[in-house]
Design a protein around this ligand. Sequence first.
Ligand SMILES: Cc1ncc(COP(=O)(O)O)c(C=O)c1O
Length: 707
Amino acid sequence: MTEQTPARVAVVGCGYWGRNLVRNFSDLGALAAVCDSDRELARQSGGQYNVRTCTFEEVIRDANIDAVAVATPVETHSEIVRKVLLAGKHVFVEKPLAMDVGAAEDLNRLSKNQARVLMVGHVLQYHPAFIRLKELVAQGELGRLRNIYAHRSNLGKVRREENILWSFVPHDASMILSLVGDEPDRISAVGGFFLHSRYADVAAIYLSFPGGENAHVFVSWLHPYKVQELVVVGDEGMAIFNDTQEWDRKLLIYKDDLLCKNGLHGPGKAEAEAVTVTPVEPLRQELEHFLDCIAGRTGCRTDGREAIRVLKVLQASEQEIRGNHSYQAINNANPALNKTAIVDLRAQQQRLGGKIPQAIQKILDHGQYIMGPEVRELEERLSDFTGAGHVITCASGTDALLMALMTHDTGPGDAIFVPSFTFVATAEVVALLGATPVFVDVDADCFLLDMASLKAAVSESVRHGLRPRGIIPVDLFGQPADYSGINRFAEERGLFVICDGAQSFGAELDGNKVGTLGELTTTSFFPAKPLGCYGDGGAVFTDDDEIADKLKSTRAHGKGANQHDAVNIGINGRLDTIQAAILIEKLSVFPEEIILRKQVAQSYTSMLENLVDVPVVREGRTSVWAQYTVKSNERDAISEELKKNGFPTALHYPIPLHRQTAYRGYPSAPDLSVSERLAATVLSLPMHPYLEEGTQNRICDIIRQAL
Ligand SMILES: Cc1ncc(COP(=O)(O)O)c(C=O)c1O
């Protein structure tokens, strides 16, 4: 540490272990506040170290607190860490970081995005004896690493919130991975259930590594005395780190010619040599390292990535113990067996925990499956989120477009201008109403409606004897179209505009959200969309009271005030209550998911920009990255190679609308060459907020190889 003032740290959770954090941060001159759900405990702790006591919300709001150290029950870690990072503070959290790999990846990404330190309390990595052991291994003192055995047992507190794996194994897994410097490619594990039928209290884990090293970990709560031993076997010597010994015997090394003849361990009995280590409290070293990381003096030894590696071992061991052999699936390093999806809805489901089943159960209890209270609640929340005056949810993005066109009484003789490079629904609804879709080209960089082509298409429609009525620009792949230009042109020509925001919900143009960029906006909640439900769903957004009333009537068979008297021709276009409830839950994490999507897109772009044409987001806009779509003349080779390695891709869209069988007869702008070219070169890569960094790296490596 230098003389620079240390960061101001609040400790959240000052009980059994947290009190040690409080003491050490106080000694390091960094303790700013303490917090515990047990107010009396917090008050005592604050009094002892002469710092203030506050609530967690106060910690989060306090701009004078730079960092938070978390020592709360394990199941609360991920939520607390998330809130701390979102508040822009650095965070130290006791192990394990989270209860599953997906949640840990999420937090790691968030910490990077927020440019804040995320450090996990794998305290033995800061133990002077382990640090010395690691140096000896790195210097080759033991020769080539062969085996590592870890034994950690204690007749301890019987825990019910976690099993032995989550309590003890993080220490050993962290030390083993750090000694080997790699991740295992095979894990097997067995557990013993003596005190409880669901929580293992004894576990034995076997790990094997690509370099040929093996490791065994034995952990138990059923042991008469404390054992904390790590044995490292190399082909030229062995070392034992035994933390229950006095400092002068904590690290022993065995080197004997007889013992290690020709690289083989003989039956001889070697003399132990004690290795000198300076006694320092590991926790103090750990917390000092945290403060150094915050000050930018060093990189973090036990950061989010290290926590993820450790959690993969824990999660795989747990699943092995339960009888599901899954390490390869968890560890995407093995591409042949990985299960990467283009859009991974399961990761999000895990993240939301039991919230969706609970929300569905609520509807099963109240029984209002059609237009239940959740529909209204969702509409209010969507209105708050976008700033649109009215939100009318409906049964799909296609119905949203249809209803929007119906409010303008679209029909035969009307020309509606739509991009040729889009999903078919945009044109389909026009044709369904007997109007004429007229195809317009898009620009090559952003895939959005091209103004010059739009003007040419309007002239073309007049030449065909049609009445130019409206434009449906599409916010393709997640970024808004050029609405200032389009709205101005529409006004000059007396055309209506329906913004097809099926792919862009959540995006912005000049600080305004999709939903407010034109008179009428539609969106889709199809499951794979940035905000998706678990079936079909959609919505229309408008500020116009009259249009909103008409939309509400249209979605319910054209009903008026008297529900038996249809005042408009309508459709059955209502959103199911169950889908509304699912969307309410998903909307709660959506703002953060937008950040994560952006991060995934940025990292694709940084890895791929010299290999393929990467997507471009225009100045003043944000994208919600419904797709990450690249362009390449080699797209078939790339897609084939990715498929071989277990990574799916998709073509959005391989045939422009004006070339599709049902639409060939409709008029179009004279030149649609960009749409045609795009159809032949685009390729969409896996894209969702929970896409792992390792998977992305692998995808980009394969693309590099394919080229
Ligand atoms: C641009 C566009 N418009 C409209 C739709 C139709 O939405 P839905 O599938 O919800 O009917 C989609 C859906 O894929 C779309 O991408």
